[in-house]
Design a protein around this ligand. Structure first.
Ligand code: NAD
Ligand code: IPM
Ligand code: MN
Length: 401
């Protein structure tokens, strides 16, 4: 298939890990005879320096036209003056909002080879396989912000519809997994959380009787996530809780550099397409555009003979890591696995996605570790890890007839 992928390297280690992920996707294209076009665009700090805007209109327009977006990271100390007019992170938030990507999937599946790198006891980690579904375009991140001489405020608000759609997404995902959803909130204190809990309970009861829903307060969840991580299947939560819990969850895997993410919305024209999660969601949801079940793909697909694609943004969960940037030592696995999610969710290329995941697993099994995973041993550089993955893609994959 042909696909246009917008690449937003961003700042710090962003360009380093993105280059590794693009090299892996190029190897996949070569091996499986696809034609992927990678077009780079500015976002974050570098976009402020070059265009005075962390999300230049040309970048947003290019992302809207693309089949999928691959992003590195944004931010850094040089743009972190508290009095700065604009920050790199605003570009990323505007991109997520501008593309309508309200559901951020962050899978956590510790690999046996990296259990030793995790600060948690290995016997608690084997068999851990969970996905955090983080609400991505609402909550305190996007509420009104005020600042005066004697105070500041950030408004946290959620509409019923915003909660319904992300909880639905989590329940559909759970149906494809072990059928268990943990909804995380702070309903003992926050009004938005009381609404969240009420809506989550109604959606699960009325639309997903086959899914088990439990509620958990976020503070004790932070503890349970480390003490009994195997107990969780799908965790759904609001924007800021999801941000914090997933950095914590990266310690189950062993490093911030290991976790990928996929940010998904309802697709280009309403109902989504081939991603199993998306298709099931489309079947559940009333028509959004009067054409329920109709592809959310590029309007032009049918005309130019392309396969259908579903817009998504793919990025590792880590940041720009200014402390290690520019040294070629960042772990590219989170970015590479984000590329696998892109193949699966946006391009519908399941065999190719699984091939990348197997190649990453085989690389870790072979003990090819970047410095974050091998503090005392011989560490592979960012490019060496990518090369090891590419070598295995070439070795293990078969071109489907
Ligand atoms: P961070 O994720 O950048 O780094 C936290 C720690 O993890 C650092 O010690 C870093 O070296 C390490 N680390 C992160 N990614 C790694 C990798 N791939 N390989 C090896 N080690 C890795 O978080 P921070 O230091 O709190 O934030 C730095 C900047 O990044 C801030 O400006 C923040 O706003 C930004 N940020 C951006 C994103 C994003 O673009 N999606 C995400 C988080 C933070
Ligand atoms: C993440 C990051 C971002 C977030 C920042 C950089 C805006 O921490 O993607 O996890 O908080 O969503
Ligand atoms: Mn974060």
């Amino acid at each position: 298939m042909r696909a246009d992928i917008a690449v937003l390297p961003g700042d710090g280690i962003g360009p380093e890990v993105t280059a590794a992920a693009v090299a892996v996707l190029q190897a996949v294209a070569h091996r499986f005879r696809h034609a992927f076009d990678f077009a780079p665009h500015d976002i974050g700090g570098i976009a402020i320096d070059r265009h005075g805007d962390p999300l230049p209109p040309s970048t947003l327009a290019a992302c809207r036209r693309a089949d999928a977006v691959l992003l590195g990271a944004v931010g850094g100390p040089q743009w972190s003056d508290p009095n700065a007019r604009v920050r790199p992170e605003q570009g990323l938030l505007a991109l997520r909002k501008g593309l309508g990507l309200y559901a951020n999937l962050r899978p956590v599946r510790p690999h046996p080879a990296t259990l030793g790198a995790a600060p948690i006891k290995a016997h608690l980690l084997s068999g851990v396989d969970l996905v955090v579904v983080r609400e991505l375009t609402g909550g305190i991140y996007f509420g009104e912000k005020t600042r005066s001489a004697d105070g500041a405020s950030d408004l946290c608000s959620y509409s019923v519809a915003e909660i319904e759609r992300v909880v639905r997404r989590a329940c559909v995902l759970a149906r494809l997994r072990r059928g268990h959803v943990t909804s995380v909130d702070k309903a003992n204190v926050l009004e938005t959380s009381r609404l969240w809990r009420e809506v989550a309970a109604r959606i699960a009861r009325d639309e997903f009787p086959d899914v088990t829903l439990e509620h958990q307060l976020v503070d004790s969840m932070a503890m349970h996530l480390l003490s009994k991580p195997r107990a969780y299947d799908v965790i759904v939560t609001e924007n800021m809780f999801g941000d914090i819990l997933t950095d914590e969850a990266s310690m189950l895997a062993g490093s911030m550099g290991l976790l990928p993410s996929a940010s998904l919305g309802d697709g280009r024209s309403g109902a989504p397409t081939h991603c199993p999660i998306d298709s099931a969601c489309a079947a559940e949801r009333p028509a959004m555009d009067g054409r329920a079940g109709v592809s959310a793909s590029r309007e032009s697909d049918a005309r130019d003979g392309r396969r259908q694609t579903t817009m998504g943004l793919y990025e590792p969960i880590h940041g720009s890591a200014p402390d290690i940037a520019g040294r070629g030592i960042a772990n590219p696995v989170g970015a590479i696995l984000s590329g696998a999610l892109l193949l699966r969710h946006s391009l519908g290329l399941e065999a190719e996605a699984a091939c990348v995941e197997q190649a990453v697993a085989a690389t870790l099994e072979a003990g090819v570790f970047s410095a974050d995973l091998a503090p005392n041993g011989r560490a592979a550089g960012t490019g060496e890890v990518a090369d090891a993955v590419i070598e295995r893609i070439t070795a293990i994959s078969r071109v489907p007839e």
